[in-house]
Design a protein around this ligand. Structure first.
Ligand SMILES: Cc1ncc(COP(=O)(O)O)c(C=O)c1O
Length: 339
């Protein structure tokens, strides 16, 4: 596909050749089917439309210098989708079926895998929703699982260039005992008011605080948060954030690089103690944060004053991306080659 300007791809939807679909009916999953249609036929009373019975995942396939395509920790996405399905009472997708759907979706769209060195990758979006009809609030009897792929560039423009974030105190994305730990669409709908306010103010995203006390950092829109001080990688522990696979991986990488790591509540005031902060996730990879603005408290926290990412963030980024692309040895056994 040399019609694409791979180096300038947005994080957006581009049509690819085929997607994979599967239906759950009469208590069991059917066979995976490939489709070239971008559309689904959906019942007007499907629970996925009315009651938010929906969950999704996001992972990437990377083209290596060796011409091999690698998936990063897909088993973790499979497990998280099972966890999310349980969170909104949907039929879970078995791990082996999840794997098969991912592999088929990538293989049927090989020509859309961005080339090595372009900074782009093939984003894989598994989606599960209640497709059976109900009018009362209850779980559906039927479910649909879809995997589509689309080539993407970096989520936050500029790749590893620092981005600015706005602390949001007037919108909660998720309640402590709510659905924040699941990757379900409702959380993202709930985040939109804050996200749009941040975007309109020229910020890359919002930082949500804990919903109960507004004292601790939760996460950065569609990414987890980390801060660095005293050679320590610190990331929030919260019952209302998504357990990021990238963050989990960065903790391991930080330890392997001789850093200490802490997963604990992170008070907002600690922002003034960090020497680096960042957002991390599949889409964001690592986006160093240049400035965090807390308008309600009249505070501005600044990092990367020279406009460059901090040293620790850069080291973590290089190691993570190196493993994902196959440039670094896969010392943790995180990548799977799509044969
Ligand atoms: C709300 C939220 N937090 C964090 C993340 C990062 O998670 P991961 O590293 O598994 O992509 C994502 C993206 O999946 C997200 O949507």
């Amino acid at each position: 596909m040399d019609t694409f300007d791979w180096k300038n791809l947005p994080f957006g939807y581009i049509k690819t050749d085929q997607n994979i679909r599967c239906h759950f009916k009469d208590g069991k999953w059917g066979k995976l089917e490939a489709s070239s249609s971008e559309y689904i036929n959906i019942h007007i009373a499907a629970t996925g439309l009315h009651y938010g019975q929906e969950a999704f995942e996001g992972l990437k396939a990377y083209m290596g210098k060796d011409g091999k395509i690698r998936l990063f920790r897909w088993e973790e996405n499979a497990k998280r989708m099972i966890f999310s399905a349980g969170g909104v009472k949907m039929a879970p997708v078995p791990v082996e079926m999840f794997r098969e759907a991912l592999f088929q979706a990538v293989k049927l769209n090989i020509k859309f895998v961005p080339p090595y060195g372009s900074g782009a990758s093939l984003y894989i979006r598994p989606l599960l929703y209640g497709s059976g009809p109900e009018v009362g609030v209850k779980p559906a009897d039927e479910y649909t699982f879809i995997v589509f792929v689309t080539p993407v560039g970096p989520y936050f423009k500029g790749g590893i260039k620092p981005v600015n974030m706005l602390i949001c105190r007037d919108v909660d994305r998720a309640a402590p005992l709510g659905t924040g730990i699941f990757k379900v669409g409702g959380n993202y709908a709930a985040s939109l008011r804050a996200l749009i306010t941040a975007k309109e103010g020229g910020y890359a995203s919002t930082i949500f605080l804990d919903a109960k006390e507004k004292k601790f950092i939760d996460e950065c829109g569609p990414a987890n948060f980390f801060g660095i001080k005293d050679n320590t990688y610190i990331t929030p522990k919260s019952e209302s954030i998504l357990n990021s696979i990238t963050n989990m991986s960065l903790i391991r990488i930080a330890e392997s690089l001789g850093m200490k790591t802490e997963r604990r509540r992170v008070p907002v005031e600690e922002l003034s103690e960090f020497i680096e902060t960042g957002a991390c996730g599949t889409a964001a990879v690592i986006s160093p944060i240049g400035k965090i603005v807390d308008p309600d408290k009249n505070m501005i926290y600044e990092y990367c004053k020279d406009g460059m990412p901090g040293k620790a963030s850069m080291k973590l980024y290089n190691k993570l991306v190196g493993i994902q692309n196959g440039d670094e040895p896969d010392e943790f056994g995180w990548t799977t080659i799509v044969e």
